[in-house]
Design a protein around this ligand. Structure first.
Ligand SMILES: [Zn+2]
Length: 157
C-alpha cells in the first residue's frame, strides 16, 4: 500500500476534485492509500472493504493519459461514496444504471467536456471490455452523451 499523493500529484488543486471533498480535500487525499496490481486486465477501482484505490500498473503505463485522468476523478467519487457509507457495488442495479456509477461518471464527463472532449470521444472512453455495445449506449444515454445511431448495415442484420 502506498500513499496516493506520492503518485498522483496536484489532484488536491483541481476544482473537480474539490467539488467532491470540499475543504476536506487535502485531508482525504493525504489519507488515501493506493494499491497497484500487475495485470493486463482492469483499470482502476475502489475497495469496498476499506475504500482504498486499486490501480493496474499496466494501465498506468500503457493507458491513454486522458482516460487515466478521468478514471482518477471517477474513482475519487467512489472514495467519497465509501466514506459516506454507501454500497459501491449494489448488484440490484446493472452497472450502467447504478446510481453510484452514474454519479462518478457524471463528474468525469463534466471534466472531460471542460477539457474539450466531444461526445464521440466520450463514447469511446466509456467502452470497456465488460460492457456490451448496447450497455455502453445505455450508459451514454444516462449520462446525456449523444451517440451516433447504429449503422444501417447493423440495423438490418
Ligand atoms: Zn465506478
Amino acid at each position: 500500500m502506498h500513499s496516493f499523493t506520492d503518485f498522483f500529484k496536484g489532484f488536491e488543486r483541481l476544482p473537480a476534485v474539490r467539488s467532491i471533498f470540499g475543504d476536506q480535500t487535502e485531508n482525504v487525499l493525504r489519507q488515501l492509500k493506493v494499491e497497484f496490481f500487475s495485470s493486463k486486465f482492469g483499470y482502476m477501482g475502489v475497495s469496498d472493504e476499506d475504500g482504498h484505490l486499486i490501480v493496474s500498473a499496466y494501465y498506468l503505463r500503457e493507458g491513454e493519459a486522458i482516460s487515466k485522468y478521468l478514471d482518477v476523478i471517477h474513482e475519487l467519487v467512489h472514495v467519497k461514496q465509501f466514506r459516506n457509507g454507501m454500497a459501491l457495488f449494489d448488484e440490484t442495479y446493472e452497472y450502467h444504471n447504478r446510481p453510484t456509477e452514474l454519479e462518478a461518471y457524471k463528474l468525469a464527463v463534466e471534466e472531460a467536456r471542460r477539457l474539450g472532449m466531444s461526445d464521440k470521444e466520450l463514447f469511446e472512453y466509456l467502452k470497456v471490455d465488460w460492457m456490451s455495445e448496447e450497455e455502453v449506449r445505455k450508459l451514454a444515454k444516462n449520462l446525456g452523451i449523444k451517440v451516433a445511431p447504429k449503422r444501417a448495415q447493423e440495423r438490418v442484420r
